[in-house]
Design a protein around this ligand. Sequence first.
Ligand code: URA
Length: 248
Amino acid sequence: MAERLQKVMAQAGVASRRASEKLISDGHVTVNGQTITELGTRVNPGDKIEVNGSPIEGSEKLVYYLLNKPRGVVTTASDEKGRTTVIDVLDEVKERVYPVGRLDYDTTGALLLTNDGELANQLMHPRYKIDKVYVAKVKGIPTNDELKALRLGVVVAGKKTAEARADVVRTDHKKGTATVQLTIHEGRYHQVKEMLKAVGHPVIKLHRERYGMLEVADLLSGEYRALRHDEVQYLKNGRQIRKSSGRL
Ligand code: URA
């Protein structure tokens, strides 16, 4: 849960709340490397808070999990309608993790959860281009021209999507449906559903099979596992994350 920066500093024994506020407004405090001077700023567990360059004490151990998100679960820490959240699914995790990005209620597949705010911010920054590989069952069978349009970009909410990979991997002519594999690196709202709708093929079912190099093929729906050290390093080093070169 996000908390006010001055409260977190006071709880960590840095200084009183009022003295912490002064440290913030005087520009002595950074969160994930950025100087913060605004007093209302909220921080998440795992955010790296430093005062004059020294990290504050009491931070949780940093943990990283890959979940194969089941259908019918919300990607938030709490839900006002009382629906099951991804945090409820990670029932044996003690740390206060939160999801990196989001998947829709009815979307399944790869979701990273962590309490490492610095890495989460890095991964969600538009400058980084993480491959997200989706498989979508769609109505109708996309033509080559429609696939080409998906690859080059289609207009969604008034803005063209970036280059993508798009292929039909299966067709069911009897039912008039197809399975499309779509690789994108943006994270716009309902992006995959909107892209496929834009070319006339509404999504029936959506699954994210890969996030960066993290695949969920070996996890059953609702299963999760801790990332290996090398996987965390890969994410941190930006390997498999392409910086904006304009190409996929
Ligand atoms: N695109 C969507 O439309 N939904 C998701 O859950 C993820 C990407």
